[in-house]
Design a binder for this molecule. Structure first.
Ligand SMILES: Cc1ncc(C[n+]2csc(CCOP(=O)(O)OP(=O)(O)O)c2C)c(N)n1
Ligand SMILES: [Mg+2]
Length: 1010
């Protein structure tokens, strides 16, 4: 029997136009197959089938207006039950869960009922112990529980006690801090099976070569700079990872991803030298990157594309990028695009770096998303560049509190093994008390002195602690090491971190800045910038780490690499072979994605006729049709920072789902609607919330998936253009360094086009900021066919040809009708190179002007041209400039070539090819600062005038704003006439008349001053 399929609830919209019919009568359809596309003035969405069956008749046509309940088609159902009102499976399980929760809640309520009791006062003591005997009783009971029933039980009881106290009215906040000792007690440490002696020797050689590399470079060229102290403090942290934990990418495994602390790069080069991956000549070209083969100052994939994977040296970006990298890895796994191989993301960070808001800004997300594939290692050497990180406090405790509070697994590695017996003998608890009380400034000062100082100033504070070390010599005391320098402690921490499930881990390791550098730089405030060591310092360093070099060799600052057959080199290589290969190493085995056939965007090459739409809407239409391309669709990663509805992208929610690692545990409020908020584990959209930096980090992860996960992805991050580059500029720069490939869409762009929002929202310069990034290709299109040509070429260049560029395209929210693509066969070339002629006004053949317009202001320019022809008998040629930035790049390159080749035939820039032989002066305008169009001025070889939206934006109507910024058609006419007068092509009176006619006040101050 024939059945009816109706328009579902489409939210608050009514009478929405049908723009596409995607099925035919007689066709078999399945549930979720798209049937029609409807489009309101803001958004276009597909209506999917809710049934399986065969279409009998389609009852709609393109252009019809529909509302909820209208008939779409008649069909014959494939199964009798198909159309029964069945409760969807998800809903069913939600109901079941809710029912279960209600019963268990009831049970809990019964259990939790406590007899009414007079509130007892709970005494808060600020450290002072009111009743030590009672305290002892409690502590002994606790010890008994730990030994009898274990840690978990003890933890449970403590939690219950705190809960009870809270219910009794004691609002004492539960501290997130544990005592200032290692999280893992010695008896629980998992032991390394490595050969500690060989590992120590290898580490010493790496330390030496790393320092030697920096010292040699600076001896030759003192301006080169570099760091010794940072790696000196972190060597053990890296070595344990390299020897035992970090698995490289190979044909069997995807590889762990390691974010190395930027200025510890010398240590990575020094290891690569021992591994035979770099030679002495290369070490000697540290920080001399101009000649090919030089080693980059810091991790820069752009400069060393086969070596470095992640740019980290701009502090704060590494931690944030690592979090989103780990999240993106889970995204790919949950979407079934890569296998779950238990890969990890490790990020090495400085304690000073943790002050960057970006460093801590996303730690909540990491915990919320249960990123147990993420491990932070924070090297707490207690110093940053100028001095102590927290002289008066304790950075380790502070970080512990923040991370634990956010839900991370925290492992503190504070003390080395030499402390174990002292701590075990600390029966009175005074040692731990002392450790808790001592501030970082004191800890740092202690390590800049000697054993006697530590005995007096540290242990000497209490009789009990003095006693504890009474049998130790000053030398023994000096040997009491810090956790981050103890390979056993570090190994145990890494082992536990890699096994942790359900949450990210942070290892907070205490070290000494400039470890081993002696008087010249160990634990002193100037350590960070020490890059020269004199002969005595070098001798000390050699002796400190037993590097087998003669005095003469030390004086020559020679590198040391043992024989290929030596134990050290064999061991080092064996370890790495076992772990799958060398690190860091950057490679890609991703397959290209075939760009869609050109006709996929044909619908954008015809006129929209009466229908008006914005370029943002055109983009959404385009993406919707791309989602039907089987090659492209699964690789699209739409990323949105809480603005989907602003851009009309809410249709994506249902169509491809919002990524949520836990799926959707609730029935959304709008579940009955077509664009209901659908979260799912395999969701495709990354809905980032109000977090542009996070969204950009996600975009970078997706845009570099081709190297980090060997799968080419197409990220499309759409944002308010004003909150793009200027907000996250440094991440965009890092994206360039990372060789990211993907699209950035600056929506609601244009200073006068986004009318109502005002000064902080109206973007008149994002193209200029984008132009500072050498591999960022930018466009400011006006019409839908321009957008289609540009976008397809972006897909082809980046994802099929794998060019290392990324695209920034602005789209606007002004609705207007779009013409068909001009017939000229060179049109696509012009669109892509940045300029093409869109209109010719040549009725009068007297006076001519060249008019260049970009984005929405092109339309003002076309209107101005019409007025100039009609009312002032001025002819013109109107040019659509899709990218001043691209034109400038071409002009610059051509000019350079011509200057370098004065004897050869001069090349002609594309701008000059287009405009050079035209008649009349040039007037250019865009919705951006004049500097935008000014960029091509030198390459036109003609009189050139530019207009633009310089100054602070402000809220008003588009009309008023364009008048204010003098880019409306009236100003363009008046300025055009004035330019012609200045060029002595017409009399000045015409300009004056026009100004009068259009009420243009020539005394008004320039908008930059208003
Ligand atoms: C955004 C940013 N600001 C400033 C710097 C300059 N800088 C480089 S290292 C450093 C100090 C780093 O201290 P810390 O993070 O504790 O690292 P450590 O060397 O002590 O391991 C500074 C200020 C930078 N690289 N990036
Ligand atoms: Mg530091």
């Amino acid at each position: 029997m024939s059945e009816k399929l109706l328009v579902p609830d489409i939210g608050e919209f009514e009478n929405v136009e049908v723009i596409e019919i995607l099925v035919k009568s007689g066709e078999q359809i399945k549930k979720n197959d798209p049937l029609i596309t409807i489009e309101s003035d803001k958004s276009s969405v597909e209506i999917p089938s809710t049934v399986d069956g065969k279409i009998e008749s389609i009852e709609l046509k393109v252009g019809d207006k529909v509302s909820k309940g209208d008939l779409i088609l008649n069909y014959l159902s494939s199964s009798k039950t198909a159309n029964l009102e069945k409760i969807p499976k998800d809903t069913e399980s939600i109901i079941k869960q809710a029912e279960e929760a209600i019963t268990s809640q009831k049970e809990e309520e019964v259990k939790n009922i406590i007899p009414e009791k007079k509130q007892s006062t709970i005494q808060v003591s600020n450290g002072a112990d009111l009743d030590p005997l009672e305290t002892k009783d409690w502590l002994e009971s606790l010890s008994a529980v730990i030994s009898k029933d274990g840690n978990q039980r003890a933890h449970f009881l403590i939690k219950e006690l705190i809960n009870k106290a809270y219910r009794e009215g004691a609002n004492i906040p539960y501290t997130q801090n544990t005592p200032y000792i290692n999280t893992i007690p010695p008896e629980a440490e998992v032991k390394s099976n490595g050969d500690q002696n060989i590992e120590r020797r290898i580490r010493s050689l790496i330390r030496w070569n790393s320092a030697a590399m920096v010292v040699r470079a600076n001896k030759k060229f003192p301006e080169l700079g570099g760091h010794i102290g940072t790696f000196a403090s972190a060597a053990t942290l890296y070595d344990v990872g390299m020897n035992h934990f970090w698995r490289a990418k190979n044909n069997k495994f995807g590889g762990d991803l390691i974010y190395f602390q930027g200025h510890s790069a010398p240590g990575m080069y020094a290891r690569a030298y021992l591994e035979g991956r770099l030679n002495e000549k290369q070490l000697d070209s540290f920080r001399q990157e101009v000649k090919p083969g030089g080693l980059s100052s810091y991790p820069h994939p752009w400069l060393m594309p086969k070596f470095w994977q992640f740019p980290t040296v701009s502090m704060g970006l590494g931690p944030m990028l690592a979090i989103y990298q780990a999240r993106y890895m889970k995204y790919l796994i949950n979407r079934g695009l890569i296998k779950d191989e238990g890969r990890k993301v490790w990020a090495f960070l400085g304690d000073g770096e943790m002050d960057e808001p970006e460093s801590m800004g996303a730690i909540g997300l990491a915990a919320r998303e249960n990123l147990d594939n993420l491990i932070f290692v924070i090297n707490c050497n207690l110093q940053r560049l100028d001095g102590p990180v927290r002289g008066n406090g304790k950075i380790i405790q502070e970080l512990e509190g923040s991370f634990r509070g956010s839900g991370w697994n925290v492992i503190k590695v504070i003390w080395g093994s030499y402390w174990d017996s002292l701590l075990a003998n600390d029966k009175s608890g005074h040692l731990v008390k002392l450790m808790n009380e001592t501030v970082d400034g004191e800890y740092q000062a202690a390590k800049a002195r000697d054993g006697a100082y530590v005995r007096e100033k540290f242990f000497g504070k209490y009789a009990e602690t003095s006693e504890l070390v009474s049998s130790l010599s000053d030398k023994d005391i000096w040997r009491l090491n810090r956790g981050g320098h103890d390979p056993h402690k570090v190994y145990a921490a890494y082992d536990q971190a890699t096994k942790n499930q359900g949450s990210p881990t942070v290892i907070i390791a205490k070290t000494i800045k400039g470890y081993g550098m002696g008087k010249s730089g160990e634990s002193v405030n100037t350590t960070h910038q020490t890059k020269k060591l004199d002969v005595d310092d070098l001798m000390y360093y050699r002796d400190r780490f037993d590097v087998p070099l003669t005095d003469e060799q030390v004086r020559n600052i020679e590198y040391f690499r043992p024989d290929e057959k030596s134990q050290e080199i064999k061991y080092l290589k064996e370890r790495r072979i076992k772990l799958g290969g060398f690190l860091p190493e950057r490679s890609t085995f991703a397959k290209p994605i075939k760009a869609p056939s050109k006709d996929i965007f044909d619908f954008m090459k015809v006129s929209t006729g009466e229908k008006e739409m914005s370029t943002t809407m055109a983009l959404v239409r385009m993406l919707t049709s791309l989602m039907r391309d089987k090659n492209i669709s699964p690789r699209l990663v739409p990323i949105i920072p809480d603005e989907a509805r602003t851009f009309g992208m809410e249709g994506f929610f249902q169509k491809i789902g919002i990524y949520a690692h836990e799926g959707q545990k609730y029935e959304p409020e709008d579940s009955a609607q077509l664009s209901s908020y659908k979260e799912e584990k395999s969701g495709q959209v990354l809905e980032e919330g109000i977090n542009e930096a996070g969204a950009m980090s996600s975009w970078i992860a997706a845009a570099t998936a081709y190297t980090n996960h060997d799968i080419e992805m197409i990220p499309i991050y759409t944002f308010y253009s004003m909150f793009g580059f200027q907000r996250i500029g440094d991440l965009a720069w890092a994206a360039g360094d990372s060789q990211a490939r993907g699209f950035l869409i600056g929506a609601t762009a244009g200073r006068t086009t986004l009318a109502g929002e005002g000064l902080q929202h109206q973007d008149g310069h994002s193209h200029l900021i984008a132009s500072t990034i050498p591999n960022c290709v930018t466009y400011d299109p006006t019409f839908h066919y321009e957008l289609a040509v540009i976008f397809r070429e972006g897909l082809r260049r980046m994802h099929e040809k794998r060019e290392n560029v990324f695209y920034y395209i602005t789209t606007m929210n002004e609705n207007y009708s779009h013409p068909e693509i001009p017939k000229d066969k060179n049109i696509e070339e012009g669109i892509l190179k940045g300029i093409y002629k869109i209109k010719d006004f040549n009725k009068h053949k007297k006076t001519k002007i060249q008019l260049l317009g970009s984005g929405t202001i092109l339309r003002e320019m076309i209107s101005a041209a019409e007025i100039l022809q009609k009312e002032y008998q001025v002819d013109s040629e109107v040019w659509s400039v899709t990218s001043f930035n691209e034109l400038r790049k071409d002009g610059m390159e051509v000019e350079r070539y011509n200057l370098l080749n004065p004897d050869k035939e001069a090349k002609i820039s594309f701008v000059e090819q287009c405009l050079g032989k035209t008649e009349g002066p040039i007037m250019a305008a865009s919705d951006y600062m004049r500097m935008n169009s000014d960029q091509i001025r030198p390459y036109t070889n003609k009189s050139f005038y530019s207009l633009g939206a310089d100054g602070f934006g402000r809220s008003d109507t588009r009309k008023n704003l364009r008048k204010f910024f003098e880019v409306d058609k009236e100003h363009l006419v008046a300025y055009g006439l004035s330019i012609l007068a200045k060029e002595q092509l017409i009399a000045s009176k015409h300009a004056k008349e026009a100004m009068k006619k259009y009420n243009i006040d020539s005394d008004k101050p320039i908008p930059t001053k208003l």
